[in-house]
Design a binder for this molecule. Sequence first.
Ligand code: 5GP
Length: 188
Amino acid sequence: MNNFQKTLLEQGKVINETVLKVDNFLNHCIDPTLMDDIGNQFAEYFKNKGITKVITIESGGIVPAYATALKLGVPLVFCKKAKPSTMNNPLTSSVFSFTKNTTYTLVMESDYLSKDDQILFIDDFLANGAAFKGIEDLISQKGAHLKGVGICIEKSWQEGHSYIMNKGYDLFCLASIASLQNGQIHFS
Ligand code: 5GP
């Protein structure tokens, strides 16, 4: 069991059979040492994939993606969930939010992605894969290449896992959860 899985067991709170709360160490209050460890693990796994850029989505993915980009020595771009007035030439994709139960527009400045980019997507959670599909859409709009997907916590029974595997992408998850039944975290 890695450090991240240990922390998840000790501090993660099962809200119901599909939602886990981790805002005391991952996506609200941040444990910097754990983030450093996360960055090391993702960078070690993807170091030979020729990654030129890390992409994530605000806000939960930013800190683990930053830690990973730092270790890989490449830039990080985070997609926004609303278009700021200062953005000139946005790429957009529509995404259904698992936690907020609404649809939002994923936005990214087109200039920050080029057709030569080899992308690593990092996020805090993988559930039904809607966020991933939005990123996949933005990457394909620019003709860039998705080389890997790094997820802190996947809930492997939800649709995202099989979608990514069926498309043949390289998926690496720090913690893969098989179920949240009876108020408990059960790893795959
Ligand atoms: P998906 O798009 O794969 O359905 O869901 C992924 C996104 O929803 C993640 O970026 C994360 O923000 C959020 N999410 C999905 N499942 C959970 C969960 O169990 N707990 C929390 N806190 N966020 C989740």
